[in-house]
Structures are given as structure tokens and as C-alpha cells.
Ligand binder design. Structure first.
Ligand code: MIG
Length: 819
């Protein structure tokens, strides 16, 4: 019997069929068997233990747990026995201090915190969530239900919610489709999707978290289940939203808003945020499949420096290895990697290398030998090794769900780290296997002691690989920050890695998708994300490449990459006109580096997503629900990238409040659309009035120049606005011991004055002493400057860009610029 026959997949049924429970599975072992769909019956009683309430229908049990004031978890145990608590996404379910009450009425039970109430209907076991104004935000359409899985044991589990006509949906990670996912159906099953198309599903990642907006209130559902999960957002029926899984527990978190930002921050409180990346990782990265031999890499580096195009990292794709054996070098191409990496570093380039999970079956290869001896490779149900063909040929695959294997894997990087490698790129970790796509379902995994087949471990495999990589590098780097990038991942992967969106295509539609995917990843918990600039497959022309570089400046992670069978793809590959514009925009990335870095801090420390879609900025504006072609980076800079060839102007909507055009400094009114010119050497960028935007002097790579001064662009505002500025060593973990500085600026003006206040916390002392502050948009000609109570003698004339430039000590508390 072939593999496929013995482990049939459940065919895809419509929600209606599933609701009715009439379908049959044609099972080759037991024949045609009716699937019995079992629904919860009436509640017969409850018990309470600490923050958890257990409701029973006499057989099944449902746990309602108050996790925090705004988060409530629901779990279902079909026969009353819950699975052991374990989650790769939520490593530690912290019980936050909460005040909650419990009430029983004739019809229902009510578990209530200060912000949210969970109601359990006694008669039909329907569960709903209300806000503290007694508005129903989310409620079951039908009771939670399940079907026995005759092949594997366990259950297919289902939850169907009501969906109102105005409800819109966001999240789910990397789906390459419209930003609002209402009307669509998806699967989460990590898949290698070379040259993926719009609407293709699933892709590389599995992020079972979505956000709904109903009646202007945002809420989130995090369905923490690593099996294949399915989501239907009013696709099958306009009045239903469903999610279900091919196994595991029906376990989900209801996360209350009311703002989308609250939901995302609370999702981060469960699954964690990205650690601070090394600052160089926020520079421009150049990648290609592949740069080799050494002379090629060296001339690439030289080109960047000769042409004065900033760049921080160069990548080695699979050809640097000896026969694609991980942790080895092809000595023909790279005879002395240590020397080469050192020379590149002396010139300001970090070297990042790719590492795949497939280990070549080769008894003369130390990694294979060790893994075999220690029994670290995955096995099939009957104990055969899981073997599959990937780049090295026949391979076996470490079981990264085993903590001992992860530990071992981490140590394998020692050689590369000694050679000077600064970052590791994990690819093919869905896991991808040539021919079959991935592992068969019967492969066994240790699953951190909780055991499971590949059905359970598939979606977390890549995340556990990059976790092993990150943790291993962290040990080897001592106190330096590792840089990792992964293709696959499950919720929580952000704790270990950045992510790129995989093998996209050089087309204008993919440029648009790139912007949507990054925004979507950002609101789905993965802020450090980027796309292959230029498109991985296919050939961009100069215009498309340049527009993609422009988007890339405002992607949290900025890397150009291309497939091996494409023409050269560097910022200068399309002729001088494009090269000059590409340089100008990459330079912009470097000038904005301190702003970008501060946005990372806001993400790491407070759980703010780095990219913020329009609906997150103003969720009460109906048109924003479907606006997907503009966003802000951090909370101060709004970008409206150009997505059409030959486009000379574009309508840009600015949220309420006041804005400035980044290039011309022209003030602009928010709350409406503006027609903005979009010549190729420009791109619509706007800054919120009242912002204090830090800028670095131009550098060719992070750390090239010792800062003597920081510049700030200060945008006048007549209402009070706060800005944050963060700095630290840039590459150590000292920030965890409060060795950082977080500065807060407050700007407030009126017709005759502009006042800037600064306060600061943290223990880091930068070496520079002064600031240069450029005041933009002052509505008056100033004649008096007072810093910390003392009048200053500085010229207050407008410069050619209508700015007033002020010098101040970095520790100033208050600056008054007066008419
Ligand atoms: O089977 O390492 O998505 O970025 O260049 C292809 C070669 C394997 C797929 C990755 C791509 C990478 C390529 N890899």
C-alpha cells in the first residue's frame, strides 16, 4: 500500500456539508464510514479553578480562562480530558493580575473582567464576547463541534462564528491577496511555493491569528493549533466566519481591542516580539543565488564602495557549500573564507550564509555521522528514516522539535562563527522536499516531549529550526546580537528571526503584493519582514526595480535577491539613471536609520507593529477598511509607494491631522485625499506634524562614522505631539540591563512660539554632545531662542528649504523658539 493510501487526507468539504455532518470518508482501511459530527449539548454544570472555569455538557468540557483583562482563552475537550498545556507560540502563559467576576443567570453564565465578558449560553452552549458597553463583539454561530479522526486518533475540530455585514478581517501572516481578507478562505500549511501567484494559498508560513473589526471595534482570534488549520471569512456564507483544524485541540484566544493596535499589542504579549536586531541588519542587503567565487563577491563589494551605494550585508546562497553540505565550504570557490570575511568586514560588509535543514546522507560527512549516531534525524512511523531529496541529494532531516537536537544544531555553527559569519539564513524549512513537497504525515516528532506526527509538527518545523539557529548563534556570539532570517515560521517565530516572503516574481502586481504582505505580516506579529526586492524570478526592468527599492526603504527588512537564472540585479544593473535614483533611496534608508531603529525598539519593548496599515491608523473611517496601498512606518512617516509603470501622479489619502510633504516640506491637511506627483526619482512620503525625526549623516554602512552630532527634523505643530528616539550599543544585549537611552520629545507651537521639550530614561551615554535641530514649517520668523531658560545668540534665518537650524546640547530640557 502506498503512503497516500494509508493516510488519506480529509477531502475539502463546504461549510454547509460540514455543518450538516452528512459527508463520508472513503477510507481504504475501513471502507465508507459516515463521519459523525458531534456538537456540544446543553451545559449541565461548571467548576472553577483559579482563573479557569470548566463547563460540562455531561461528557465534553470547555475551559474558559481569564488570561488578562482583555484576553480570554477557550479550550474544548471532546471527552472531558484536556491535552497537556504546551504551545510553541505561547511559551509561557503568564497569568496577569486580573479582577473578574462570575455570574449565573437562568439562561447563561457570565465571566467578566473590566473590559470584556464571556457569556456561555446554558441551553445550546453558544459562547459570545461582549465589551463593557454590553455590545456583542464576537459570538458563536453554532456550538463548537468535532469529528473523530479514525486514521490518526484525535478530532477534527470546528468553530463557527457569526459574521455581520460590515465586518472586515485582517491578519494570517503572508497570504498574497487583498489586505482585507473578508470573503476568502485559507489554509495554514507551510509550503514551498516557488514563483507564487496572487491568491495562491497556502504559502510558507502558518500564522493562525486574525483580527476582525465589527461596529468599529477590533478584536483578535488566535487559534493556537499547529496542525493544518483552515479559515473561512464569510466566503462560504456571508453571515459566518469559521476556523477549524485537522487535529489537536480547539483552543483559541479572544483578544479584545477596541483598537486594532491594542489587539496586535496583546497578541504580542502572548507570542513575544522580535529582539533588537543588530543595527547593521537594518541597512541595505544584497543577495543573489549565488555570488561565487570569492572574486565575484569581492568585486560586488568593491562596486558598492566605488559607486558609493550604502550596503551592510552580502549573502552566500547554497553554492558556497561543499556539495550543499551544511556547515562546509567549497574550497575551490572560497579557499580562505576566514580571510575573505575579515576583508569584507574591514570594508563594512557582514557576511550572511544560507543553511538548509536537509543533511546529506554521507558517512564521510561529520554532521551526518553525528546526527546518525545521536539519533537526531526524523523517522517514519515504522522507524525508517525520513529520507528525501533536496539540494545535496539524498538527505535526512534533524528533528528540531527535540530540544536536544536544537542544542546540538546550535553548536554546529561554531566553525562558521569562527570564520566570521554574522548572520544565518534558513531556507527550505517548511520543510521542503523535492518531488513530494514535504514530509509524509506519518513522520514522528519529539515535539518537546509531547510527541506527534508530522501533521502536528509540520507547521512548527521551520520555526524550531530557526530557533535552534538563533539560540546557537547567541551562545557563540557571546553578548553580540545574532541576525537570522527564515522562510517558514509559526506564530511566535518573531522571537527568533526575521522573515522574507519567499520566491516572488518580478511583476508590478507582485510589487503591490509585496507591500500588502509586509503590512499583513506586521499586523500578524512578524514586524521584521521584507520581500525579495526586484522579484526573485523573472526580469524586472529598471523602473520596476527602482520602485521596489523605494518600497524596500520602508520595508522593515531591506534585501534585494534574485534567482540564479536571471540577469544581474544590483542597484547599478539598469544604467546610470536608475543607479542614481537607487542610490538616493538607499541613502534615505541610512539617513533615517535612527528613526528606523527607534521603531524597532517600540516594537520590541511595547509590541507596536513596525508597519501600520491605514485601517489601524483610523479604523473608524470606512474607506480605510480596504485601503492597502499606503501605510506608516513607525507612527510618524506615511508612505504611498508607486505601484504602476509610468505613473506620474497618485491620489494619496492622509489621515486626520496635519502632515508635511517629506521632500518639499509643504504642509498638508489630513482627513482627505491629495493629488501627488510621482516622478521616478520621488515617491510620496509624508511626515506627521509635530514629529521629531532623527537623522544620521550619510554612511556607507552602519558604524562607518563615529557620530559627532545627531540631526533632528522637527515638524511644527500647533497641537502637542510626542516622539521617541532610542539608542544603544547597536549590537549587544546590554539593553536588557537598561543600557539604552529612550528619549521623548514633545513639540507644541502657536502663532508666536514653538516649544520643544526633551526627557530621557535609561543608562546609555552616547559619545556625541550636540544636536542639530532643523525646524520645519514655522509659521513665523523667529527672533529669539531660549534653551533651558538662557537666551542664545544663534542666527535664526530660514535656510533655502525654509528651515530654521538650531544647535543645542544633547541634554537640553526645553527649547523655546519665539517670534
Ligand atoms: O530550491 O537556495 O526561496 O531565496 O535563493 C530553491 C536557493 C532554494 C529558495 C529560496 C531562495 C533561494 C533558493 N532557495
Amino acid at each position: 500500500m502506498t503512503e497516500k493510501e494509508s493516510f488519506p487526507e480529509l477531502p475539502e468539504f463546504s461549510i454547509e456539508q460540514l455543518e450538516e455532518g452528512v459527508q463520508h470518508v472513503n477510507n481504504p482501511i475501513i471502507g465508507l464510514k459516515p463521519i459523525e459530527k458531534v456538537y456540544l449539548q446543553s451545559v449541565v454544570g461548571y467548576t472553577q479553578q483559579d482563573n479557569s472555569f470548566y463547563f460540562s455538557d455531561g461528557s465534553a468540557s470547555v475551559e474558559i480562562r481569564v488570561v488578562s483583562d482583555e484576553i480570554i482563552r477557550v479550550r474544548l475537550a471532546p471527552h472531558g480530558t484536556f491535552l497537556e498545556e504546551f504551545s510553541y507560540a505561547v511559551p509561557k502563559l503568564e497569568q496577569r493580575a486580573t479582577v473578574f467576576s462570575f455570574k449565573e443567570s437562568e439562561e447563561s453564565y457570565r465571566v467578566e473582567t473590566n473590559t470584556v465578558a464571556c457569556l456561555i449560553d446554558k441551553k445550546d452552549f453558544l459562547i459570545s464576547f461582549e465589551d463593557n458597553n454590553k455590545r456583542v463583539i464576537n459570538s458563536d454561530f453554532s456550538t463548537m463541534h468535532w469529528e473523530e479522526n479514525v486514521d490518526f486518533g484525535g478530532y477534527y475540530v470546528y468553530c463557527t462564528k457569526r459574521c455581520s455585514p460590515d465586518e472586515s478581517f485582517y491578519g494570517l501572516g503572508d497570504k498574497p491577496t487583498s489586505f482585507n481578507i473578508r470573503g476568502r478562505r485559507f489554509q495554514n500549511w507551510a509550503t514551498d511555493t516557488y514563483s507564487f501567484a496572487r491568491d495562491q494559498d497556502p504559502l510558507y508560513r502558518a500564522i493562525p491569528f486574525y483580527i476582525g473589526i465589527k461596529d468599529d471595534v477590533s478584536y483578535g482570534i488566535f487559534f493556537d493549533n499547529s496542525y493544518k488549520t483552515h479559515f473561512d471569512f464569510a466566503h462560504q456564507d456571508a453571515d459566518k466566519t469559521s476556523f477549524w483544524a485537522d487535529g489537536g485541540e480547539l483552543q483559541y484566544y479572544y483578544i479584545h481591542g477596541p483598537h486594532m493596535m491594542d489587539v496586535v499589542k496583546r497578541y504580542h504579549s502572548l507570542t513575544g516580539t522580535h529582539p533588537m536586531p543588530p543595527q547593521w541588519a537594518l541597512g541595505y542587503h544584497q543577495c543573489r543565488w549565488s555570488y561565487y567565487p570569492e572574486s565575484k563577491l569581492k568585486s560586488l563589494a568593491k562596486n558598492f564602495r566605488d559607486r558609493k551605494i550604502p550596503c551592510d550585508a552580502l549573502y552566500l546562497d547554497i553554492d558556497y557549500m561543499d556539495g550543499y553540505r551544511c556547515f562546509t565550504w567549497n574550497k575551490k570557490y572560497f579557499p580562505d573564507p576566514k580571510k575573505m570575511i575579515k576583508e569584507l568586514l574591514d570594508d563594512g560588509f557582514r557576511t550572511v550564509v544560507i543553511i538548509d535543514p536537509g543533511i546529506k546522507v554521507d558517512d564521510n560527512y561529520w554532521v551526518f555521522k553525528e546526527g546518525k549516531e545521536k539519533k537526531y534525524f526524523c523517522r517514519r512511523s515504522d522507524d525508517y528514516f525520513m529520507e528525501g531529496h533536496v539540494w545535496p541529494g539524498r538527505c535526512q532531516f534533524p528533528d528540531y522539535t527535540n530540544p536536544e537536537v536544537r542544542e546540538w544544531w546550535g553548536t554546529l555553527f561554531k566553525g562558521l562563527v569562527d570564520d566570521g559569519v554574522a548572520g544565518v539564513w534558513n531556507d527550505m524549512n517548511e520543510p521542503a522536499v523535492f518531488g513530494s513537497g514535504s514530509f509524509p504525515n506519518d513522520v514522528r516528532h519529539q515535539y518537546d516531549g509531547h510527541r506527534g506526527s508530522h501533521r502536528k509538527a509540520h507547521n512548527v518545523y521551520g520555526m524550531q529550526m530557526v530557533r535552534a539557529t538563533y539560540d546557537g548563534l547567541k551562545k557563540l556570539f557571546k553578548n553580540k546580537r545574532p541576525f537570522t532570517i527564515t522562510r517558514s515560521g509559526y506564530s511566535g517565530v518573531q522571537r527568533y528571526s526575521s522573515v522574507w516572503t519567499g520566491d516572488n516574481l518580478a511583476s508590478w502586481d507582485h510589487l503591490k503584493l509585496a507591500s500588502i504582505q509586509c503590512q499583513r505580516l506586521s499586523v500578524s506579529g512578524i514586524s521584521m519582514c521584507g520581500t525579495d526586492i526586484g522579484g526573485f524570478t523573472g526580469e524586472p526592468d529598471g523602473e520596476l526595480f527602482t520602485r521596489w527599492i523605494q518600497l524596500g526603504v520602508f520595508s522593515p527588512f531591506m534585501r534585494a535577491h534574485s534567482a540564479g537564472d536571471t540577469r544581474e540585479r544590483e542597484p547599478w544593473s539598469f544604467g546610470k539613471e536608475y543607479e542614481d535614483i537607487n542610490r538616493k533611496f538607499i541613502e534615505l534608508r541610512y539617513r533615517l536609520m535612527p528613526y528606523i531603529y527607534s521603531a524597532y525598539w517600540e516594537h520590541h519593548k511595547y509590541g507596536f507593529p513596525i508597519l501600520r496599515p491605514m485601517v489601524m491608523l483610523e479604523q473608524d473611517v470606512p474607506l480605510n477598511r480596504n485601503r492597502e496601498d499606503e501605510f506608516t512606518f513607525g507612527d510618524k512617516i506615511l508612505i504611498s509607494p508607486v505601484f504602476e509603470p509610468g505613473q506620474t501622479s497618485k491620489m494619496v489619502y492622509l489621515p486626520k491631522g496635519r502632515w508635511f510633504d517629506y521632500w518639499s516640506h509643504e504642509p498638508m491637511e489630513g482627513g482627505r485625499e491629495h493629488d501627488v506627483l510621482t516622478p521616478l526619482d520621488s515617491m510620496p512620503i509624508f511626515v506627521k506634524a509635530g514629529s521629531v525625526i532623527p537623522e544620521w549623516p550619510l554612511m556607507q554602512y552602519v558604524g562607518e562614522i563615529d557620530l559627532e552630532e545627531i540631526k533632528f527634523q522637527i515638524y511644527y505643530s500647533d497641537y502637542e505631539v510626542n516622539s521617541f528616539y532610542y539608542e544603544d550599543h547597536g549590537d549587544t544585549f546590554a539593553y536588557e540591563q537598561d543600557i539604552y537611552t529612550e528619549k521623548k520629545f514633545v513639540v507644541k507651537g502657536d502663532a508666536g512660539s514653538c516649544i520643544i521639550r526633551q526627557s530621557s530614561e535609561g543608562l546609555y551615554t552616547p559619545r556625541y554632545e550636540t544636536y542639530e535641530l532643523k525646524l520645519i514649517g514655522l509659521p513665523f520668523q523667529p527672533s529669539k531662542l531660549i534653551i533651558d531658560g538662557k537666551e542664545q545668540q544663534q542666527s535664526l534665518n530660514f535656510d533655502e528649504l525654509k528651515r530654521v537650524v538650531v544647535k543645542a546640547n544633547k541634554n537640553f530640557k526645553e527649547i523655546q523658539v519665539l517670534r
